[in-house]
Design a protein around this ligand. Structure first.
Ligand SMILES: [Zn+2]
Length: 85
């Protein structure tokens, strides 16, 4: 029983973190995580990992935006007349 609950909860880990589950399923998982520290830890861990990955994605800006940033940096340098280190 416990094992089935755990494997079911862990199978839903990624859909859960991605917000793809219905309220009912989310509620069942939250109940299980409350009652089952190992699964709670697994969800915490993946949640933190997802945040880190999410932050890294912000650095992957679209090419056009990079060019605009580079252009505005060039303009800023040109305006100050000082090359920046
Ligand atoms: Zn569990």
């Amino acid at each position: 029983m416990q094992e089935n609950d755990c494997s079911a909860a862990l199978r839903q880990l990624y859909p859960y973190l991605d917000g793809e589950l219905t309220e009912g399923i989310r509620h069942k998982i939250l109940e299980h995580l409350d009652a089952c520290p190992p699964c709670g830890k697994a969800y915490d861990f993946e949640n933190e990992l997802k945040k880190v990955v999410g932050n890294r994605c912000i650095e992957t800006v679209p090419e056009g935006l990079k060019e605009r940033i580079a252009a505005s940096l060039d303009a800023a340098r040109g305006a100050s007349g000082q090359p920046q280190a």
